[in-house]
Design a protein around this ligand. Structure first.
Ligand code: PEP
Ligand code: MG
Length: 591
């Protein structure tokens, strides 16, 4: 049916990453496979076993192909995980048990495979042994692939996705998003997700338009349906009419024109009208070309989310591999600083490796970031040595995530000291005066900021987490996204308290959460006294443009007014009015 004959439907979600595109959908469903169960007569059991053999053959071929690809791209060591997967397919006991299950139960092969695998996983899961845990992950991965093959699902990899599709999914993990290629994928839209989930943050970093939190888009769209994605307003339009497409063609042009206006000022100084300098830096994920960071006008990197390197490779790269990546950015951006944050895996950024417990009931409050690093000091020290070594090629600072209080900061500093000693004994160079920062993203750290400030050189407030922990609102849960309020009076007061505590002890305080890149909040943060803002590169030109239209005293007055308000709505309206008063003359789309 031609597009125009189907009914047009407009769905509203959360604007996750800017851009307007339209094209064919690709439905990528990830929910647990529904395993069919039916009886098979004795004479047909041979057929079931032949299907089993065929599926094993296919699975082996697919895994070998991935293994070779990874070996070529990343080296043999990284590819070894797939050798372990191949071994699962050769496991004699597992194969024999499956054959017996078919013979004894008289049921179809998918069901029997699933039964046997479930028994294996249950038996292994209760054993607390690192080797066994690794095998559990291997068996789970391989059996999923085997079952998909048995059920006739096509082998899927984002890398093989046909050019120019819009991915429609329940949700994407940050590691899947990390593998998306801007040249291949037009956009993605998901049922779940929020503005501060790491999937969304990565979408902005790779500049792929996205709308999330659409609740049921996977129920409404089929592969190859035409959809239009408006990542600015958070709209998805199914079967857009010709009129709608025409109108969006114009909106796209207007947006591009606006972006050009912002971009024209990108290389000008980041300062208010009255000449007050502000440091504007970039948040990066380690896959952005360094010249893109400078093109958008950043004065260095304020937050390098290093875990993205791990997620993209689905492995723990060692010291040498990390050193190469860090050095690349440090050298290319020198003399601008690069603030490298140590690993923040866990929360919504796990799902690979065997260090992480499966199904933590509360992952954002679980085994995450510095908690993980202080437990696995081998992984932590590999990273610290790599960062330290990169510091002799430019200006590097180290930042610890998820610090909850002084003992944790001191423990992290202790491991850093050991890493320094190891480099000294190896005779390898690093900056002996390297600056150390603590992220302030847990309320307990915010309340003890005066104590933490005694032991570090700077603070960076991670508002994404600070808000979720202060307001008890899961940052990735679309059902309560309306309760995730950066404009909550408590959040604004807390930010002010941390800035004041840092300044009292003579250290600078920056903001690196998504609030810093939001034009509504950037003037407020400057008015509250923030020394620097670290922002997704693509959002930076607009923030610079806006701040160059503002007097520092106006921003301070705004902050002084807002901090007195007791309700989020009044705060929001006040910020919105301030924004409109300053940029409406050039932004036709703001209303
Ligand atoms: C934050 O929490 O605000 C932050 C910048 O860190 P992340 O989003 O990576 O958790
Ligand atoms: Mg955080």
């Amino acid at each position: 049916m031609p597009t125009s004959e189907k009914e047009e439907i407009v769905l509203r979600g959360i604007a996750a990453s800017p851009g307007v595109v339209h094209g064919p959908a690709f439905l990528f469903l990830q929910k647990e496979l529904e395993i069919p169960s039916y009886e098979v007569s004795q004479e047909n059991q041979g057929y079931e076993l032949a299907r089993f053999e065929q599926a094993i053959l296919e699975t082996r071929m697919q895994i070998s192909a991935i293994r070779n690809e990874i070996a070529e791209e990343l080296g043999d060591e990284e590819a070894q995980i797939f050798d372990a997967h191949l071994l699962v397919l050769d496991d004699k006991a597992l194969l024999e048990e499956t054959v017996l299950e078919v013979q004894n139960s008289g049921l179809n092969i998918e069901y029997c495979v699933h039964q046997v695998i479930t028994r294996y996983l249950e038996a292994f899961s209760s054993i607390d042994d690192d080797y066994i845990k690794e095998r559990v992950t291997d068996i789970r991965d391989v059996s999923r692939r085997l079952l998909r093959n048995l059920m006739g699902y096509a082998d899927f990899s984002f890398k093989k996705l046909a050019q120019g599709r819009i991915i429609v999914s329940e949700d994407l993990t940050p590691s899947e998003t990390a593998c998306l290629d801007k040249g291949t994928v037009l956009a993605f839209v998901t049922d779940e997700g929020s503005r501060t989930s790491h999937t969304t943050i990565m979408a902005r970093s790779i500049e792929v338009p996205a709308v999330v939190g659409l609740h049921d888009i996977t129920q409404r769209v089929h592969s190859d349906d035409t959809i239009l994605v408006d990542g600015y307003e958070g709209l998805v339009i199914l079967n857009p009419t010709d009129e709608r497409l025409h109108r969006y063609g114009q909106i796209k042009l207007e947006r591009e024109h606006l972006q050009q206006i912002f971009q024209r000022e990108a290389s000008l100084p980041a300062e208010t009208i009255d000449g007050h300098s502000i440091v504007l830096m970039s948040n990066i994920e380690g896959n952005e070309p360094p010249d893109q960071i400078t093109r958008y006008g950043a004065q260095g990197v304020g937050l390098f989310r290093t875990e993205s390197i791990f997620l993209r490779d689905q492995s723990f790269p060692g010291e040498e591999a990390q050193f190469k990546v860090y050095r690349h950015y440090v050298e290319e951006l020198s003399p601008q600083p690069v603030i490298i944050r140590t690993l923040d895996l866990g929360g919504d950024k796990s799902g690979f490796g065997d260090y992480f417990p499966d199904n933590e009931s509360n992952p954002f409050m679980g085994f995450r970031a510095i908690r993980f690093c202080l437990k696995h000091t081998d992984v932590f020290k590999d990273q610290l040595r790599a960062i330290l070594r990169s510091s002799s090629y430019g200006k590097v600072k180290i930042m610890f995530p998820m610090i909850s209080g002084l003992p944790e900061l001191l423990a992290a500093l202790g491991v850093l000291e050991e890493a320094k000693q190891e480099l000294l004994s190896r005779g390898q160079a690093f900056d002996p005066h390297i600056r150390i920062g603590s992220m302030i993203e847990i309320p307990s750290a915010a309340y003890t900021a005066d104590l933490l400030a005694e032991h570090c050189h700077f603070f960076s407030i991670g508002t994404n987490d600070l808000i979720q922990y202060m307001l008890a609102v899961d940052r990735v849960n679309d059902r309560i996204a309306h309760l995730y309020e950066p404009n909550h009076p408590a959040v604004i007061r807390m930010i002010k308290a941390v800035i004041d505590a840092g300044h009292k002890k003579g250290i600078p305080v920056g903001i690196c959460g998504e609030m810093a890149g939001d034009p509504l909040y950037a003037p407020l943060l400057i008015g509250l006294g923030a020394d620097d803002l670290s922002i997704a590169p693509v959002c930076l030109p607009e923030i610079k443009y806006l701040l160059r239209k503002v007097h520092k005293s106006e921003a301070e007055q705004l902050a002084a007014k807002v901090i007195e308000f007791g309700d989020s709505k009044t705060i929001f309206e006040t910020l919105r009015k301030f924004y409109l008063d300053h940029v409406n003359q050039v932004n036709p789309n703001v209303s």
